[in-house]
Design a protein around this ligand. Structure first.
Ligand code: GUN
Ligand code: ZN
Length: 432
């Protein structure tokens, strides 16, 4: 049995702060987390836990804040090396930067190098679960899962299927998409902490036959997540209407082929119709907010205020490399900024909840990850709330917990990530 008592400030959630307000958070100024065999066994006041478990080895983080590790609900690990590519909007950005980079992922040596680099970067930013698109190449999925498995992290990924409107070399067919996705799913789904996500890139790059084939695969494996993109840019929505003249709207291009059900994760979801919102909610699907991507690629303002109450599940994500950061702190800051422009001043409790429980709910994993509570898997991030002089001088004036945390949300980066625990063990964080 492996047991550790980890001391610091501790922050978890007893409920959803969007529904219950910031009081849904549970904070101990001098708290502790008891970790046993990869799971959280108890969370509470430091003195109580120490008294109840006198012999257990201690790890001391002092004033730092221990929370659940961040959950990035939508990323493209193959875009790691081309993040921050200048000057294009979605379709031109895909053609100019993304597709040429993704073309390289048939090379096992390159794929392994980028997969390792991706996990170095995300773990050093406190992300303990990522849900990533791969490329058309099965090797890209193998490398991602192999790397995640070695590191013991919970991870979700799938082969990105495309059979039209993409260059030669990045296209499969309906049959190959089904066969290769199924083989990968059977190899990896449910192994250790890994889950396979059925992954049509988006409607413009799949024929109806391919969408139908992947819908059939999902019907055979309904416990798998399914990830794709939805209504990111206005031009893209118009293009989808041309490509699918019979569809009622963008969401219907998925729905009519069996690609709308619980476990569906639809990235971006900015330019939605009333029908799309209602259907996503009714089905119990999730939309994934990717705020740094939405400003970087110039997509628009996600309607957090309109979607959050009584709407679909909402996850938060970096969308690297359309997104401009690997950091979920920076991503929370961008969500705050977009909220400010669009009628919702998100409270720090809501931002932290989105980056942990919100994304875990989008993945249907909220019973396992994304919260600091007994029974959860012990994936933790330890945040230094005074990691730079600018943050420290602001936090020094804080009159309550949220004022102490908000400067790190708005101005923090990987320097704020003092430690990361994965599956109950501390992770060596590479130097930046
Ligand atoms: N839509 C289809 N593919 C992509 C992608 O790789 N990134 C983003 N941001 N949007 C997409
Ligand atoms: Zn994406």
């Amino acid at each position: 049995m492996s047991e550790r008592l980890i001391f610091g400030q501790v922050l978890g959630f007893a409920g959803d702060p969007f529904a219950e307000g910031p009081g849904a958070a549970r904070h101990e100024r001098r708290g502790a987390v008891l970790v046993r065999d990869g799971r959280i066994a108890a969370v509470g006041p430091a003195d109580d836990l120490r008294a109840a478990h006198p012999g257990v080895a201690a790890v001391e983080y002092g004033e730092a804040l221990i929370c659940a590790g961040f959950v990035d609900a939508h990323a493209h690990y193959p875009q790691t090396a081309m993040i921050a590519s200048w000057g294009k909007r979605l379709i031109d950005w895909l053609n100019s930067y993304t597709f040429p980079e993704e073309m390289k992922f048939g090379d096992p040596a390159y794929v392994a190098e980028i997969a390792a680099r991706y996990f170095d970067l995300t773990l050093s930013n406190g992300t303990t679960t990522a849900c990533s698109f791969c490329t058309i190449h099965p090797e890209s999925v193998e490398a991602f899962f192999a790397e995640a498995q070695v590191r013991g992290v919970r991870a979700v990924a799938g082969k990105t299927c495309m059979d039209r409107n993409a260059p030669e070399g990045l296209r499969d067919t309906a049959t190959r998409a089904y066969d290769e996705s199924r083989a990968l799913l059977e190899e990896w789904h449910g192994v250790d902490r890994l889950s396979y996500a059925i992954t049509p890139r988006f409607s413009p790059t799949s024929t109806p036959e391919q969408l139908e084939a992947l819908g059939a695969l999902w019907a055979e494996h309904p416990d798998c997540p399914m990830q794709t993109h939805l209504s990111e840019q206005v031009d893209e929505v118009a293009w989808v209407a041309e490509l699918f003249p019979d569809a009622r709207d963008y969401l219907d291009t998925y729905e009519r082929f069996g690609l709308l059900r619980p476990g569906g994760m639809y990235g971006h979801a900015i330019h939605l119709t009333a029908r799309e919102r209602a259907r996503l909610t009714e089905v119990g699907a999730a939309v994934v907010h990717c705020p740094t991507s939405n400003t970087f690629i110039g997509s628009g303002l996600f309607d957090m205020a309109g979607l959050v109450r009584g709407g679909p599940r909402i996850g938060l994500a970096t969308d690297t490399g359309g997104g401009s950061s690997f950091s979920m702190l920076r991503t929370m800051a961008a969500a705050y900024e977009i909220g400010q422009l669009n009628g919702a001043a998100l409270h720090p409790a809501e931002l932290l909840w989105l980056a942990t429980q919100g994304s875990a709910r989008a993945l249907r994993m909220e019973d396992r990850i994304g919260n600091l509570a007994a029974g959860m898997e012990a994936d933790l991030v330890v945040l230094d709330l005074a990691s730079t002089p600018a943050i420290a001088q602001r936090a020094a004036r804080a009159e309550d917990l949220w004022e102490a945390i908000f400067p790190t949300i708005m101005m923090g980066d990987d320097r704020a990530v003092q430690a990361v625990w994965v599956g109950g063990e501390p992770v060596a964080i590479p130097d930046g």
